[in-house]
Each structure stands twice: as structure tokens, then as C-alpha cells.
Ligand binder design. Structure first.
Ligand code: PLP
Length: 259
């Protein structure tokens, strides 16, 4: 059976992040990909110039049209921009259950442009977190969700992962890429176990869309694998992409990680 994966996220016309990266990851991992667009961005490898949020009723219309025709096996949620869109996506997924929900708590692009208004953070925390099979915050995003200081070491990362779990998601993948260590440690935290997943840090500036790609890869794999296997395979896929990122030579800024 074909896995059908849906991304609910923002568009990156440069093709490295957002909807475009998600569809590439779905496809590379054997899932049939579909998209509901929440926001348009004008951006290149040099950064985000501007953002246009889609009307929440039209976000709902895109989803409902698909949902009534096509059985969706998994969803990846990315950039949601504002509280109205967060609330709309909550109602859509609460009323139309989908088995696997990967919530990428996207907040700020690497270049510093906001992809989520600060007043929408509480709606993500209170409405969407409890629906998620797994959330994939990096260290700054975890701190924003918990309204606390950023984790400075792996012990603090684990503690914050457990605090996030208490907010109602089934699992947390805490991404440690912001730690100043040689390795890039992630922690998969579920009520049953804590698993350290470590990948060597690869020296490249071309990391645009790594977070989008990882969460989309997990969504592509979850319908056919247990969470731990899906995350390991998704990390391997991303690691392979980052390893070859410098071969791509797209643009003059922070280039994409994969084709
Ligand atoms: N644009 C969109 C639409 C995104 O969803 C994201 C990340 O989620 C970005 C840009 C930023 O990507 P990065 O921070 O990897 O450059």
C-alpha cells in the first residue's frame, strides 16, 4: 500500500525548505506527497524577504477537499505563521483524525526572519502539542514552548524534553544541533524511554531546510515503521543529504541540503 503523506506548511520558492523540501523528502522515502499551504514566502538562499499568510478558511478548504477524497496516512505540520492558522489546523486535525502527526515547531528561519508570530506560541502549545505523535523542537524552540532558558547541555535537553512530554504529545525529538559540541546529539523521549541519537557534525554552511526535511522524512516513514525506527531512518536520510550538501552549489547564501 502506498503511504500518503501530507505537509501542512509554508512555501519556500527557493526549494530548500518548507513545502518544497517536504515533498522532496516524501518522494525520496517512497511516500506519495500532498500539501496544504499555510503561507507564501518570498525567499532565496540569502533569507526570507517577506511572508504572506493564507486566509485560514482557505487553509481549511485545501485540507477538507483532500480529506474527503484521499486517505491520509501521516501529516507533517510546519510553518503556521499565526494564531488563526494554528487554531484552524487544530480543528481540522481534531475533527478529522489522522494516525501519525509530526509537529515541527517552526518559529524562526536561520536568517532570523519570524515564521510564527509570538502570540501563536501558546496556541501551538495548548492545541497542537496534545495531538502530536511526535514533536521535533530544536533548543531555542523548546525553550520558547516552555518559556524557560535554552538548554546548555544534554542533561538540560533531556529535562526539557520530559517537560514537553507533560504537555500532552506522545513523544519528543529534542534536536541538539545548537549545542556547541562536536557531535550533534538528539534525544527521543517517550513516556517509556529516552534514547540518545548521535550523528557526527558535518561542516557545511548549506543547511537550509534541515529541520523541514527531518520532520517530513519522519512523517513519510511513520506509517510503516515504529517511531524509533522511523526517526533513525529519517536521521540517516538527512545525514546523507547534509554530507552531500556542498555538491549542490545553489545560490550565494545558505544553500539547500538536498535535491
Ligand atoms: N521557509 C519555510 C517556509 C520554512 O518552513 C522554513 C523552516 O521551517 C524555513 C523557511 C527556514 O528554513 P531554515 O531555517 O532551515 O533556513
Amino acid at each position: 500500500m502506498t503511504t500518503v503523506a501530507l505537509t501542512i506548511a509554508g512555501s519556500d520558492p527557493s526549494g530548500g525548505a518548507g513545502i518544497q523540501a517536504d515533498l522532496k523528502a516524501f518522494s525520496a522515502l517512497g511516500a506519495y506527497g500532498m500539501s496544504v499551504i499555510t503561507a507564501l514566502t518570498a525567499q532565496s538562499t540569502q533569507g526570507v524577504d517577506s511572508v504572506l499568510a493564507i486566509d485560514p478558511t482557505f487553509v481549511a478548504e485545501q485540507f477538507n477537499t483532500l480529506y474527503h477524497d484521499i486517505k491520509i496516512d501521516s501529516v507533517k505540520i510546519g510553518m503556521l505563521m499565526n494564531k488563526e492558522i494554528v487554531t484552524t489546523v487544530y480543528h481540522l486535525l481534531n475533527n478529522n483524525p489522522i494516525a501519525n502527526i509530526v509537529l515541527d515547531t517552526v518559529m524562526i528561519a536561520k536568517g532570523g526572519h519570524s515564521l510564527l508570530k509570538p502570540e501563536a506560541v501558546s496556541a501551538i502549545r495548548e492545541l497542537l502539542l496534545p495531538l502530536a505523535t511526535v514533536i521535533t523542537p530544536n533548543i531555542p524552540e523548546a525553550a520558547t514552548l516552555l518559556d524557560c532558558e535554552e538548554a546548555k547541555d544534554e542533561d538540560q535537553m533531556q529535562l526539557q524534553g520530559h517537560e514537553l512530554l507533560k504537555l500532552g504529545c506522545k513523544a519528543v525529538l529534542m534536536k541538539g544541533g545548537h549545542l556547541p559540541s562536536q557531535e550533534s546529539p538528539d534525544y527521543l523521549i517517550t513516556p517509556m524511554q529516552t534514547i540518545r541519537i548521535v550523528s557526527p557534525r558535518i561542516q557545511t554552511k548549506n543547511t537550509h531546510g534541515t529541520g523541514c526535511t527531518l520532520s517530513a522524512a519522519i512523517a513519510a516513514l511513520l506509517p510503516k515503521h515504529c517511531l524509533e525506527d522511523a526517526i533513525h531512518q529519517a536521521k540517516d536520510y538527512l545525514q546523507g543529504a547534509i554530507t552531500h550538501a556542498d555538491d549542490l552549489k545553489i545560490g550565494n547564501g545558505i544553500g539547500p541540503t538536498h535535491h
